[in-house]
Design a protein. Structure first.
Length: 259
């Protein structure tokens, strides 16, 4: 199944226990796709063969093995550009993109704005364009990533940057964590009606073996507690009324780490 995102069709490829690898179909070149964060090559190659598709480029958001581990295997398919952040831990990039730089793939009819979103890792980036956001492990459906290398101030700023994108943006994140994220969010905002509605939708989707992502950014602003650190009720729920949103975010994230 492919998911239409404004002018894009995007195919989810499942990997490991809960990873998503995204295959973006080229709107200009028939049967050519771009892989986002291929942590495993085998499911991607199987999907390419099954759909008679050709891999034309690879986009990477960060250096973690479950997001880049499949690249060497995919490069055996031919000369494929690999585009990602400046990070010496990624050895096979053919092009580095930096903050606010355009990532253009003209032959494929694709172009994305690169957004630096440190926090999960110090060099994490996201790709935004065509009504779609490919954000790796920074923003999740109803959640956000752990801070393995960055700090709460960085992560809060990165999430706010993504929150400021248009509400109709579809969020293509790196993992299927929605149900667990909602269970935690309810401990902070038990009376959030939008969150309750989302929980019912997610329960139905998972019961039918369907993906809960992508989500809509406009909905995330209402449901995702990590995007709501500036809401007085969220600050009050964690005992930090009057504190800065960054401080509230840090407390919420610390609670999620122990949840």
């Amino acid at each position: 199944m492919s998911i239409r995102s404004t002018h894009l069709n995007v195919r989810p490829v499942r990997a490991f226990s809960d990873n998503y690898i995204w295959l973006i179909e080229s709107p200009a070149a028939a049967e050519q796709v771009v892989a986002v964060d291929p942590g495993d090559s085998e499911p991607v190659i199987e999907e390419l063969k099954r759909r008679n598709l050709k891999l034309a480029a690879i986009l990477l958001t960060h250096h973690h093995p479950d997001h880049i581990g499949g690249v060497p295997g995919l490069l055996r398919l031919g000369r494929i550009p690999v585009i990602g952040p400046k990070d010496d831990r990624i050895a096979f990039e053919t092009r580095v993109v930096r903050n606010a730089e355009r990532c253009e793939l003209p032959d494929l009819g694709l172009g994305f704005e690169t957004l630096e979103v440190p926090g999960h890792t110090v060099s994490h980036i996201a790709f935004w364009g065509h009504g779609a956001l490919f954000c790796g492990d920074t923003l999740f459906s109803a959640g956000c990533g752990r801070m393995f290398e960055g700090n709460p101030k960085q992560m809060s700023a990165s999430l706010n940057r993504l929150r400021d994108l248009p509400p109709e943006t579809r969020v293509f994140c790196g993992h299927e964590y929605t149900a667990a994220n909602i269970r935690f969010a309810k401990t902070i905002e038990p009376d959030n009606k939008d969150l309750a509605t989302r929980e019912r939708e997610v329960t139905s989707l998972l019961a039918n073996n369907k993906s809960t992502v992508p989500s809509m950014l406009g909905a995330e602003k209402k449901e995702n507690v990590f995007l709501r650190a500036d809401v007085p009720a969220v600050a009050a729920a964690v005992g930090l009324s009057g504190h800065s949103p960054a401080e509230v975010f840090a407390e919420v994230r610390a609670r999620k780490n122990k949840f």
